[in-house]
Design a protein around this ligand. Structure first.
Ligand code: LLP
Length: 438
């Protein structure tokens, strides 16, 4: 759950030798602390594992920017040399600001605007993942306007029920994403793309969902898509050279859970893809993947300061300790949205007090503003204590809001014992900046 540079001693938590107390004094709370070396090594791990398991057929590891991106992280991606997947013009702008070569960028999304498509084609992104028939026309006219042949893939829904929260499961039939294989809409989209010479169909793309443990859903999706690739070969007498299997690899949020590691999943996936392609008489396509959460999630923790503590008597006579921290659903929406579970620990001291049933809540004006629904915390927890929540790197800061006009927290990178701000804290001026005063 904790990033590799985190350690614990009598004074609580430290990262790269910097204590939580010192970090809180310097950067304030709440703050996201990201372990840069850990991020880099996780990204590299996926790249190495893709190469090791697919050899000449290893395509690209596209880091899913939506999990968390800022200019500095985009620069890390560039230096590591992997690709990036973006789904909006905003994410594309940050990737470009970080100096990432457009030839390492993939654009997807179910409702890209014409402006987003035009910009992506103009800057020369490597591939655009098409999600609807309208988009085929839009990308085609952007390509004609720019005088280029644009590489595209088709987003497919293989009818797979991923074992995860329904809001982040994306490849069953009743979803807004892509073209369904079962209903035949995928086949219609293929014919449409093939009728556009300014589009180069590179292959198929799928993303079955997020926070997925186990490989069975990935394997079923791959099997169904490879069957469609075989059908394509029969019809068009040529083979599609690429297959993108998306992201979704789970991480540990709680003690006892185990982050999915590339060496846990890629061997099984690679064996299956090789077997299915061979059986279908297909050459092995280039295989790409798009892990987001799995790269950044474990590298970050959030540091909060406790503001108030309240013992609330429950209907059954029990006591629940409500521990209010100085953030909440504005910088971690995941508990409210997906019933996500998190862990937290005292970060600036240790305690021998007995553990008591507690709930960590934020400072927002609603009951659903919960960071951790159920956790045992030391009974002597008190205002001024620091609390750290691990594994908040993915979909934490990236989904943060200004609800209740709370400024969004900064992100501080820790590298080799040094801390530096890579996204600064919002301030009151930022909050007022968009309001038209006249
Ligand atoms: N590729 C595509 C096409 C995606 O839509 C996503 C995530 C990814 C890759 C990266 O998935 P990952 O490896 O990070 O699981 N806000 C939710 C997660 C939504 C994910 C949306 N798509 C959460 O906080 O759990």
């Amino acid at each position: 759950m904790w990033s590799s540079a985190v350690s614990f001693n009598q004074e609580g938590l430290a990262i790269g030798g910097l204590t939580a107390r010192a970090l809180a004094s310097e950067f304030g709370t709440p703050t996201f602390f990201i372990d840069e070396n850990h991020f880099r090594s996780r990204a590299q791990l996926w790249a190495d594992a893709l190469n090791a398991n697919f050899g000449d057929s290893a395509g690209t590891v596209y880091y899913a920017a939506k999990a968390f991106i800022c200019t500095d992280v985009a620069r890390w991606i560039k230096e590591i040399g992997i690709g990036i997947d973006v789904c909006t013009g905003g994410e594309l702008a940050v990737a470009l600001a970080g100096g990432i070569d457009p030839k390492k960028i993939e654009l997807h999304g179910n409702n890209k605007s014409v402006a987003e498509i035009n910009r992506a084609v103009e800057v020369g992104v490597r591939v655009i993942v098409l999600d609807s028939l309208f988009e085929i026309e839009r990308v085609s006219s952007a390509a004609k306007k720019a005088g280029v042949r644009q590489a595209v893939m088709l987003r497919l829904t293989p009818g797979v029920q991923a074992h995860t929260h329904q809001s982040i499961s994306t490849a069953h039939e009743d979803v807004k994403f892509g073209f369904s294989i079962a209903s035949g809409s995928a086949w219609a989209a293929i014919s449409e793309v093939m009728s556009h010479p300014e589009l180069e169909l590179r292959g198929f793309h799928t993303h079955i969902g997020s926070q997925i443990f186990g490989t069975d859903s990935f394997e079923l999706a791959a099997t169904r898509i490879i069957a469609l690739m075989a059908k394509f070969k029969d019809e068009y007498s040529s083979e599609l050279p690429e297959l993108d299997l998306g992201g979704g690899y789970a991480i540990a949020y709680l003690p006892g859970e185990k982050t999915v590691e590339p060496h846990n999943v890629l061997p099984a996936l690679s064996a299956l893809v090789k077997r299915e392609c061979k059986a279908a008489g297909l050459k092995l396509p280039l295989i790409s993947i798009e892990p987001g959460r799995n790269i950044v999630g474990p590298t970050t923790f959030t540091l909060y300061e406790v503001g108030t503590v309240k013992d609330v008597t429950l209907e059954d006579g029990g006591i629940r300790k409500y521990v209010s921290v100085d953030g909440g659903m504005s910088e971690n929406m995941r508990t409210s949205l997906y019933d996500a579970e998190y862990f937290a620990t005292l970060a600036d001291r240790t305690s021998t007090a007995p553990l008591t049933q507690s709930r960590v809540v934020g400072k927002h004006c609603e009951t659903g503003d919960i960071v951790i629904r159920d956790i045992k915390l030391p009974a002597d927890i008190a205002p001024g204590d620091l609390l750290a929540t691990p594994a908040t790197g993915a979909y934490g800061r990236s989904m943060a809001s200004n609800y209740n006009h709370v400024p969004r927290p900064p992100v501080v990178a820790i590298k080799d014992g040094k801390a530096r701000v890579i996204v600064r804290r919002e301030n009151e001026a930022d909050l007022l900046a968009l309001d038209v005063k006249e």
